[in-house]
Write a protein that binds this ligand. Structure first.
Ligand SMILES: Cc1ncc(COP(=O)(O)O)c(C=O)c1O
Ligand SMILES: N[C@@H](CCCC[NH3+])C(=O)O
Length: 497
């Protein structure tokens, strides 16, 4: 998410870089970036007491390794910071049955943004009353699921959606049920300092009701007058991977102002204010995220001051962190295959100065689209061993048929990295597995949760047979043997080793 010194992707061969860091610094694990349990033991990366070589042997690569204690302690950090508020885990960052159970056990709420995210949470036993459903284009089927399950809130995003929900809610009320509790998502006109594709509160975009045009107020009035709906409060979300609290504070200021307008127009005092997610994490050592505690203090004080100024009672606050809970505790393990040195000068003879090594791994943009999509930056180390070799500038790339299939654009790795070595990419817990695809028919990697020396596959590796089963011609045709899938796991899904 930052301009890169290497310049545009296809700019030709640039001159060799200055010397890199000392070999000792290459494998260092900055605790800000790596999972809380990450350690080097005899040079090898261990997560929650498990060696990455053992994990790769047992589960294959690419592999997402999720440090359970890290994930849950970050959820607890938010819960502790927002004791007097509701913390909704934004499940789009990463959701599976086990994660839904952890979030339920740890007392958080959950934000779903599709009917299927909602279905996964409900199927895992997540209490419906603690779920909010988002989405700019919720279908009738999705809304019906939400109404029937009795979820905590439907977060209304458009006038169309209000009219789609009303008849379903009216049926529920006619059958003796309660009005459907809703929030109004308002776009408050804040330009968050983040990548354009993940900023969401400026006016010219698809989400929410504009505050500036008066749409948000009109929607609130419409809902308040609708007996089948109950307007619990307002919602605002400014974007994602934000480091500066100023955007959240400005949004809080404006959305409390909207509460004041609603009060003036209807006499209604709204009891809830959801300020969304977007709290940034460290992908690189120089990133400087704000702690949950600091965010909580600042939001509380802005909301309290604004409410006092308007003579309104302070509403119950809610926040929706996704990345800040799921992101830092997971690493992706890859095995290195082809290494292509790019050298200066025609012919690129072995004696010519090295520009960079293209280090290819056995996954790529299908398991982490974020570098290609947002120019995101990641930290990566040689994981199965340490090395005293001098540093070489490298670009870690995937195996897709796409020159933009880059995982880490520029980083220093020991110059002796070779095929068969393991690379670990840090902070891949949010928006990597959940945004994974089957491009080039690569298969979705498994997710293994590690805790106190035990490893449990909480999502299994997709197989070619899974994919064949979807194909009208190939359903039932045996997948090639030997399997092109990665090594068969020694430990089946759900089993702990
Ligand atoms: C409405 C809403 N809430 C919460 C989130 C979670 O964001 P993050 O994972 O950055 O905390 C998002 C994603 O940006 C979102 O759109
Ligand atoms: N998927 C994005 C964030 C958008 C989150 C949802 N509005 C990312 O990887 O950073």
């Amino acid at each position: 998410m930052r301009a890169h010194p290497a310049g545009p992707l296809h700019a030709g061969i640039s001159p060799p870089p200055a010397a890199g860091p000392a070999p000792d610094d290459l494998g260092a694990l900055d605790p800000l970036v790596w999972p809380r349990s990450a350690r080097r033991v005899d040079g090898e990366l261990h997560l929650a007491g498990r060696s990455v070589t053992d994990l790769a042997r047992a589960h294959g690569t690419p592999l997402f390794v999720l440090d359970e204690a890290d994930f849950r302690s970050r959820a607890a950090d938010f819960a502790d910071a927002f004791t007097d508020a509701d913390v909704h885990y934004a499940s789009k960052a990463f959701l599976c049955g086990q994660v839904a159970r952890w979030i339920a056990e740890d007392g958080l709420h959950l934000d779903a943004c599709s009917g299927n995210e909602l279905a996964v949470a409900l199927a895992a036993g997540f209490p419906a009353g603690r779920i909010a459903l988002h989405g700019n284009n919720k279908s009738l089927v999705e809304l019906q699921l939400a109404v029937d399950a009795g979820i905590g809130h439907v977060v209304l995003d458009s006038f169309d959606e209000i009219e789609r929900l009303v008849p379903l809610a009216a049926d529920r009320v006619a059958a003796g049920g309660a009005p459907v509790p809703v929030l109004i998502r308002s776009t408050v006109g804040i330009e968050a300092h983040t990548h354009e594709f993940i900023a969401t509160a400026h006016e010219d975009q698809k989400f929410g009701f504009s505050l500036a045009t008066g749409d948000a107020l009109t929607a609130a009035v419409r809902v308040i007058r609708e007996p089948a709906l109950h307007l619990s409060g307002l919602h605002s979300h400014v974007g994602s991977q934000i480091f500066d609290t100023a955007g959240f504070e400005a949004a809080a200021h404006r959305v409390v102002g909207l509460m004041g307008q609603v009060h003036q127009a209807t006499g209604e005092v709204l009891g809830e204010l959801n300020l969304g997610g977007g709290f940034g994490i460290a992908y690189l050592s120089e990133d400087d995220p704000v702690s949950a505690a600091d965010v909580a203090v600042k939001l509380r004080s802005v909301v309290a001051a604004e409410c006092a100024a308007l003579g309104l009672p302070v509403p119950r606050l809610a926040v929706e962190p996704g990345r800040a809970i799921a992101g830092p505790g997971t690493v992706t393990l890859y095995e290195i295959g082809t290494i292509k040195p790019v050298r200066l000068g025609s012919g690129g003879s072995p004696g010519a100065p090295l520009v960079r090594n293209y280090v290819s791994v056995d996954g790529g943009m299908s398991d982490n689209i974020r570098t290609a999509l947002y120019d995101a930056s990641y930290t990566c180390v040689l994981a199965n061993r340490s090395s005293d070799a001098p540093p070489a500038l490298c670009r870690v790339v995937g195996k897709h048929c796409e020159s933009g299939d880059i995982l880490v654009r520029d980083l220093w790795l020991p110059s002796d990295v070779q095929a068969g070595d393991l690379l670990a990419v840090a902070a891949t817990g949010a928006y990597c597995w959940s945004m994974a695809s089957n491009y080039n028919y690569l298969l979705k990697p498994p997710v293994v949760a590690v805790r106190d020396g035990a490893a449990t596959e909480i999502v299994r590796r997709q197989t070619l047979a899974d994919v064949f089963a979807l194909d009208a011609v190939l359903a039932g045709v045996p997948a090639p043997s030997p399997a092109i899938d990665q090594p068969a796991p020694e430990h089946p899904v759900g089993a702990t080793s």
